[in-house]
Ligand binder design. Sequence first.
Ligand code: C2E
Ligand code: MG
Ligand code: MG
Ligand code: MG
Length: 276
Amino acid sequence: HRSEVEGRTPVFYEEALGAAADRRQKLRKALAQAIPAGELHLVWQPLFDTRRYRMIGAEALLRWRCGAVSREVMPAELFPLATEMGMLAEIDFWVLWEALATKRRWAGKPGAPPTVAINISGATLRDPGFPAQVSKALEQHGVAAEELDIEIPEDIPARDIQAMAQNLEALRSMGVRLSLDDFGGGVSAMAHLVQLPVQRVKLDRSITHRLPEGKRETAVLGAVATLANSLGIELVAEGVEKEVQASALRAEGCFIMQGWLYGRPLAADLLVPPGG
Ligand code: C2E
Ligand code: MG
Ligand code: MG
Ligand code: MG
């Protein structure tokens, strides 16, 4: 017959499931109000050019200071909920405006990043109204298109590439910069890099982390470095934590780095102090 452990396991399992479901329900309710409640904010991580020893830009990363659970909710937890709730467009729009308002506030301040990068979800990138929204937001904040970099998620279904490419061409012709995010972290990255009009490709942290020992990762780095170079696309490494990773990257001609070795994500006023 059943062991004591087997007999008890379903009870624990149900309790744990119940607690997780309650938590999600609580978060769901709170997320619906997070924007009007002013609970969203951006943190900023520098992109560092190791040749010139200079910050060439900063990426905005979303954080949610959720009052209902009294802690900061990270994107990995927030975005699945936002997707379920149909809130991606609203969040992307908030990020666009907040990032440009911050860029505007930084204008002329010493140590301000020359460009700001934002992450936009695939669904919004396919929205035919998106380029016009970007244009309006740039105009409202007095930010030049060349000062904005839009990061494209890697997980785009092949059938959406065509619909997206048209929007991306429109953004490109406005002067907005485009980056392909998380290269090597998914499956269809190579095709995206060839098909989309991007100026920059970001090597995923899952690759960077296994340098220099990982044989496959070293091969991916070599391949993307060669391809980027021949396409005239800039290569950026994400998640650089160790000097040995940085030197493996430099050996393949990758000099732009992002990661804890060069700077943690910081609140806007910590990256660029107000005043000055
Ligand atoms: P991502 O765009 O690839 O962003 C890089 C992630 O790596 C960030 O995680 C960052 O905090 C983390 N990171 C940076 N340097 C290091 C490092 O040296 N070591 C390690 N271990 N991690 C590092 P975060 O902020 O949790 O964001 C996760 C993902 O969520 C992002 O990946 C992006 O895909 C998405 N995301 C973040 N903010 C937004 C947003 O405003 N809108 C959209 N649509 N997606 C966002
Ligand atoms: Mg990104
Ligand atoms: Mg990335
Ligand atoms: Mg990544």
